[in-house]
Design a binder for this molecule. Sequence first.
Ligand code: PLP
Length: 469
Amino acid sequence: MTKGVWTREPGSGDNGPAPGDEIEALAKRHLLQPWESLEHLGQSARTVLDRAENIYLYDSEGNKLIDAPAGMWCVQVGYGCREIAEAMANQAMQLAYNSPWYTTSGPAAELAARIADKTPGDLNHIFFTTGGSTAVDSALRFVQFYNNYLGRPEKKLILSRQSAYHGSTYLSASCSGKERDKVFLDFAGNLVHHLSSPLVYRRPDGMTEAQFCDFLIAEMESTILEKGADKIAAFIAEPILASGGVVVPPEGYHKRTLELCRKHEILYIADEVVTAFGRLGHWFASEEVFGITPDIITFAKGITSGYVPLGGMAVSQKVMAEVSGSDAKGAVYSNGYTYSGHPVSCAAAMANMDVIEKEGILEHVRDITPYFQDKLAELDALALVGDVRGAGLVGCVDCVADRKAKNPLKLDSEVGGRIDAHCQEKGLIVRPVYNMCVMSPPLVIRERQIDTMVGILRAGIEDTMVDLE
Ligand code: PLP
């Protein structure tokens, strides 16, 4: 990969960025950021970033930081990839936009075909959106459309899980199960039922992992029987619950939940917004890692390595066949976006996939995964750490008040945020989630860089332990 598109020194030249404190002041005054604390509106400091290269971010003062979360689990090929930047620029000059209602473009059609080739089974119909939330929203609306069309308007309920995160549109947020994201907001609660989180670490006392799996499956089945299979439209599941704290379900869980869905004619939506495009070493994780072929897969983030927004869903041939063809008179899936299949986003995704293939990035992730997971696991010896878990190039360090009793820390101790602050002083950005730190680095990371990353994380945790004494 050719690196070094943005090689300018931070702050240099007349056209360089405004000094960091000026940017920070403007942001505090005018920029309402996602998950902004309104208690501290206009006060919350954010690191002002100036540029990035490979796995490194440079802030406005020129400090170099390893980007442990790869932005928000998305910068797969790393920063400064010339191929993607050039593909976007060329496409913008050739055809910057086309209406997806009554025209199409080479990049959208070619990308759809290329994704259909990578998805498991017969998930051949690709619908493009503007990101992950709209991908999930589109899948949920498609499921409503599907059951209404088939004459079963009562089949509406969505099964989701506690701790899940599916996005920030009204419907996708309603499926999310993170309680802290629900404060002062309304949700389509009547449309969603949340099952238990499959977090093995927090399984009921005395249960083995296998018994915990049985428990989760029994809970799902009894919920289906209690509510009635004729009322339940779909089960939505991240293969690994990412933002909820990198929850890797127990062995066999995916296959058994799919079996229940098949038995009760419930559609299975795999939300692969985080796990697709290489995070677990494959284009999609559902089949290759967990051995299942869902009915619908949602994706976003890694499809463009975050260079430009794009998301989408893949729907199976079987499901599409039930709602299309000569019998489907007047049936229109009235769901779409001005930017569905945006040619510049699709060109970026094509270039991103080229780079992933050319650089052997999927193979690299599979090769380096044991090293990454083993290094992270070493942190389990620290007194503040209750659990270290993960899969592929995603991991999480879960901090607790008492290792033996697994007592959670008070949420307002904000241990994740403290660790992140200490790490930033030492050259690493981590993603704090309550009292957890999530790591999902760019997929191009090397062993030496993993050593540095985990070494700084260890020091950040140790500093935090001193703070808490
Ligand atoms: N689904 C999952 C599993 C996610 O992790 C996210 C975002 O983190 C979303 C959906 C929402 O994606 P976006 O932020 O692109 O709307």
